[in-house]
Design a binder for this molecule. Sequence first.
Ligand SMILES: Nc1ncnc2c1ncn2[C@@H]1O[C@H](COP(=O)(O)OP(=O)(O)OP(=O)(O)O)[C@@H](O)[C@H]1O
Ligand SMILES: [Mg+2]
Length: 403
Amino acid sequence: MTNLNGVVTPPSTPSPNLLQMNMAREREKYLEEYNFPFCEAATKFEKLAKIGQGTFGEVFKARDKKNHKKLVAMKKILMENEKEGFPITALREIRILQLLKHDNVVNLLEICQTRANQFNRYRSTFYLVFEFCEHDLAGLLSNTKVKFSLGEIKQVIQQMLNGLYYIHSNKILHRDMKAANVLITKSGTLKLADFGLARAFSAQKNGQPNRYTNRVVTLWYRPPELLLGDRNYGPPVDLWGAGCIMAEMWTRSPIMQGNSEQQQLTLISQLCGSITPEVWPKVESLDLYNQLELVKGQKRKVKERLKPYVRDPMGCDLLDKLLVLDPAKRFDADSALNHDFFWTDPMPCDLSKMLSQQTQSNFEYLAPRRLNNHQSSAMRPASAVASQGSSTSATSGFHERVF
Ligand SMILES: Nc1ncnc2c1ncn2[C@@H]1O[C@H](COP(=O)(O)OP(=O)(O)OP(=O)(O)O)[C@@H](O)[C@H]1O
Ligand SMILES: [Mg+2]
C-alpha cells in the first residue's frame, strides 16, 4: 500500500491473537449453522427415562413430541474421546443396521442430533433412534415374576435363531450375543440389538485366512475359539452365544460366569469336556492353545448338567448341539431351526398373553439383581474393556454361579 507521500506501508494486520479469535468464531458460527443432511433435531423427542448404560453411551426411552404414541429408544453416540470426528464404530453400526431389515432385528428409524452451541462447546450429540421395545431378555430373566412356559421358551429361541439366520445370510456377524442385547416387544416379537461390535464377514480370500480381532463378545458368552485366539472365525461365534442364552432361559442367570479368560476356558471345559485335538481337530494351531492352561480329563456333561433345569429332552439335545467346542461341528442357525425341539409339542407359542401381565418394562439396567453388571468388565466385550484401559479380567459383578 502506498500513502500520499509515496511511502510504502504494510497493510494493517490483526495481531496473531485476534486472528486466532476470528478463526475460532468463524468455526463456531460454521458449526452452529451447519445442517447435517438426513439428521433431524433431537428436540423433536422428549426423553422419558434412562433405560440403558452401555459401554458406548446411554440409552433413553423417549417419545415423539408431535405424536405421543410413537415411542423410541435413543442411543447416544459417545464422542468424548473422538479426535477424528464421527466415531468409526458408530458409522459401522449405522451402515450395518441400514442394511438389515427383518422382524427379528432391531429397527433403526433415524439419526438425530443436538445443535452445536456455546453451552456444549460446539459439539453436537448424535443419537441412533430405534423403535422402542418394552423389555430386554436379561431384564425379563432377572424378574422372578416372569415365568416362561416351554412353548414360550421355544418361541423366544426360534425368533433369536431366525434373526441370526437372517444376519448370517447377509454376511454379518453380531459378535456380542448376550441376554441384554436381545429385546422383546410387548407383543412378543424378539429383536436382536446392539450391532456396535458387528462386522461383515467373507469366506477366506485366495486361501488367505481372515484376521479379525478376537477381542469381541462379552466374556461369559465368548466361545472357546475366540478365547484361544482364533482370528479366522465366523457365524459359529454367535451360535455359541445363542446356546448360552438358550440355557439361561431355564437357569435364569448366565451359565458360565468366569472372571478371566483363563477361568472362562476352565468353566467351558468343565461343562463341554476337555479341549483336545481328538474332539477338535487343528485346535493346536490356535495362537493361545499352548499358552493357556487347558484342563485335562474332563468328560462332556452338557446334557447331564443342564437336565435338572431344562427337563425337556429335545431342549437338552439342541443345547448339546449348540454348545459344541469345535466351531466347525457346532450347529448353524439353519440346522438349529430344523431341530425337533421346534417341531414337537408343545409348539412355539405366542408370548403376548404372558407379557401382558407385565405392566412395567424389564431392562437389565433397571433390574435390581443385575444393577452392578454394567460396571463389571466381564459383562463387556474385551475390546470395549481394553479401550477403557482396564484389564480384561472382571473384578466385580455377579458371582452367583449356576454350576
Ligand atoms: N430399541 C430399544 N428399545 C428398548 N430398549 C433398548 C433399545 N435399544 C437398547 N435398549 C436398552 O439399552 C441397553 C443398551 O443398549 P445397547 O446394547 O444397544 O448399547 P451398548 O452401549 O452397546 O451396550 P453394552 O455395551 O452394554 O452392550 C440394552 O441392553 C437395552 O436394555
Ligand atoms: Mg448392549
